[in-house]
Design a protein around this ligand. Structure first.
Ligand code: 1YM
Length: 643
């Protein structure tokens, strides 16, 4: 039995352990970001990171992640196994140290440096502290060593439970319901992140399995092409035609720092540059991304001058021109990565900028000289982008001049609020004039503004910036928000803290929601990134019995409301199904959808830039195949949009 609890002597190491675990359990958010779904999934990444490090060190080529029944997680690798020898300073086995002492996930005593690491990079002990129980099995080629923990504390010492000729580590843990709001793992969330890890670590095989259902679900992820395959995958998933068949791959190293870049142009007008440092997605960019962008622009302009794509009087191409239709991955691995920025997702090491810049400048220059046909194609695209930018500038100036001529800059349909402090003002963008009318009457005019939209919106997925300026459906949105678009976008100028899209719960409503979100995503992305965009959730039903009224947001809630108001009474029941916002009177609309005290809203989040970008391209682009597949797979697609 494993319950042979030996009394251990109580020394400073134990105190260190207990204090550490207590701190983690008291403030889990500080260690894993949140106790919501994000934090729950983060536990898996922390354990997997250690296995990936072992793979990068060259000792492991298979990592398996399984979601077990009851949402327990098992992670297995075929590496050397976490060391089981007694740690000289702590006097307990190294594996016990790794799982009980805060910040011991790194390389104490080990050689080399820790390459991978989640956003928080906190290590295995945090996962242990936040699990009801956790078991670790280490195979060292002779014995299987086993230890079990409960809420981070060992229930017994490490012991041998069998013999083996294999090596590796296996960890099973049960996330603690006292800590996490929800315990349900989302397969697709894990899959997206693990696939990214497989791309970033060429050749490492990662197997993900879901054992919760009747049928086994499994994905086997291994990409010999590494980030080259990543770029190909993005284009394929989005159904985008590429401009040249081969992904351009550039790499180099200085000291222990390595950098690699994979890039390919497609027919679209959008750029997707994703950067990573030590396998961590640096969503806020940083020095590696700056080095890439600066060198890219320089290479283009020098090449274009040399080959007469640009004449003496032509202006240089801008960064945005040369990145139109570009998908690129920039990945660096280094010691002592410095993460900065609001969400610690921006790389700060300055020497990385120089390294990436020189790799791109030298190697891409050579590539263009050696592949003139590809170079010509890409340059023509950039020149077109520059022409469109010039047309947009003219259109923009025209609208600026126009709005100065008109006495008021704000759109006529806007019912503005009286307060000006954007920390609590809100704008409702409402579909249709009748719903707009109800919203205007029902609102609190001090802090709520209403902008009704009507008619068919422009699909910006198929439009360049010059088409957006001057578009009669989008200009009211742009001027009402006041923060500009594209290169001119400045979130500090925003006139309202919350931008709330209010549309019917039907197909037309979904359409207008998706069009507006696409517009925000392409032209005002920080608005979404910084959490300003919301979706109003109007109720689907009103259930009434004389003066008692309940609003229901789903069929289940409707049934519950009927039960509450009517019980077993057999009378004809007063249930109204709202087909649209227009059916609600101003008071109802206020009560159900606009009153901050009682309304329900969904915040639009940028969980994953690749996924959001991909979904928009699929939903709003002109390839029918991928869209059909996506909608079939996500019947309630708009509600499931993971942006
Ligand atoms: C299922 C999770 O943790 N694998 C794993 C972890 C380690 C090693 C091998 C390892 C590392 C080193 C030497 C070294 C870790 N060891 C440590 C520490 N899989 C999983 N596989 N030998 C084995 O870094 O030098 C931390 S993680 F600190 F004990 F060495």
């Amino acid at each position: 039995m494993e319950q042979n609890n030996q009394t251990q002597k109580y020394d400073e190491n134990d105190i260190q352990v207990l204090e550490g675990l207590e701190a983690v359990r008291k403030r889990p958010g500080m260690y894993i970001g949140s106790t919501g779904p994000r934090g729950l999934h983060h536990l898996v990444y922390e354990i997997v990171d250690n296995a990936i490090d072992e793979a990068l060190a060259g000792y492991c080529d298979l990592i398996t992640i399984e979601i077990l029944k009851d949402n327990f997680i098992r992670v297995t690798d075929n590496g050397r196994g976490i060391p089981v020898g007694i740690h000289p300073k702590m006097g307990i086995p190294a594996v016990t140290v790794v799982y009980t002492i805060l910040h011991a996930g790194g390389k104490f005593g080990g050689s080399g440096y820790k390459v991978s690491g989640g956003l928080h990079g906190v290590g295995a002990s945090v996962v242990n502290a936040l699990s009801t129980w956790l078991e670790v099995r280490v195979s060292d080629g002779q014995h299987i060593h086993y230890q079990k923990f409960e809420r981070g504390k060992p229930v017994a010492d490490l012991k041998v439970i069998g013999d083996t000729d294999k090596t590796g580590t296996e960890v099973i843990f049960a996330p603690d319901p006292e800590i996490f709001e929800e315990l349900e793992y989302d397969y697709e969330t894990l899959l997206a992140r693990l696939r990214e890890q497989a791309f970033l670590n060429a050749g490492v095989r990662i197997v993900l399995r879901d054992l919760r259902g009747e049928e086994l679900v499994e994905n086997n992820l291994c990409y010999e092409g590494g980030i080259r395959s990543f770029v190909e995958y993005i284009h394929k998933r989005k159904g985008l035609e590429v401009l040249h068949p081969q992904v351009i791959y550039l790499s180099g190293a200085k000291g222990t720092t390595t950098a690699e870049i994979a890039m390919q142009y497609n027919e679209s007008y959008n750029e997707l540059v994703m950067s990573f440092a030590n396998d961590i997605h640096t969503g806020e960019g940083g020095t590696h991304e700056q080095g890439f962008k600066a060198a890219l622009t320089r290479v283009f302009n020098e090449y274009a001058r040399r080959h007469n794509f640009l004449r003496e009087n032509d202006k240089n191409l801008t960064g945005e021109d040369v990145r139109e239709g570009l998908t690129a991955i920039v990945s660096v691995k280094m010691e002592n990565a410095q993460f900065e920025g609001q969400t610690k997702a921006k790389l700060g090491n300055t020497d990385v900028r120089t390294l990436v810049d020189s790799i791109v400048y030298e190697k891409l220059g050579t590539f263009f000289e050696e592949n003139p046909a590809i170079a010509k194609m890409i340059f023509e695209k950039s020149l077109n982008a520059a022409r469109a930018r010039e047309a947009a500038r003219k259109a923009r100036e025209l609208t600026r001049r126009k709005s100065v001529l008109e006495s008021s800059q704000l759109p006529g349909k806007l019912a503005d609020c009286s307060d000006r402090d954007n920390t609590y003002t809100e704008i409702y963008i409402v579909e249709g004039d009748s719903a707009g009318g109800s919203a205007k009457q029902g609102r609190d005019r001090r802090f709520q503004a209403i902008l009704p939209l009507w008619g068919k919106m422009l699909n910006v997925e198929k439009a360049r910036v010059d088409k957006v300026y001057g578009n009669d459906k989008l200009m009211p949105v742009i001027t009402a928000l006041g923060c500009g678009i594209g290169q001119d976008f400045d979130v500090s100028k925003i006139r309202y803290g919350k931008v709330i899209i209010m549309a019917d719960a039907d197909v037309d409503g979904s359409h207008i929601r998706t069009l507006l979100l696409t517009f925000f995503f392409r032209f005002m992305r920080p608005l979404i990134e910084e959490g300003h965009v919301y979706l109003a959730q109007p109720p689907l039903y009103k259930v009434a019995r004389s003066k008692k009224i309940r609003y229901a947001y789903s069929d289940q809630e409707r049934d519950e409301a009927v039960k509450e108001l009517y019980g077993a009474d057999d009378v004809k029941k007063d249930i109204q199904r709202y087909k649209g916002l227009g059916e609600m009177d101003p008071e109802q609309l206020w009560e159900t959808t606009m009153n901050p005290e009682s309304r329900i809203m969904k915040k639009v989040e940028m969980e994953d830039a690749v996924r959001a970008d991909e979904i928009f391209t699929i939903l709003m682009g002109d390839k029918v195949g991928p869209r059909k597949e996506f909608i079939e797979a996500n019947a309630k697609y708009v509600e499931n949009l993971d942006i």
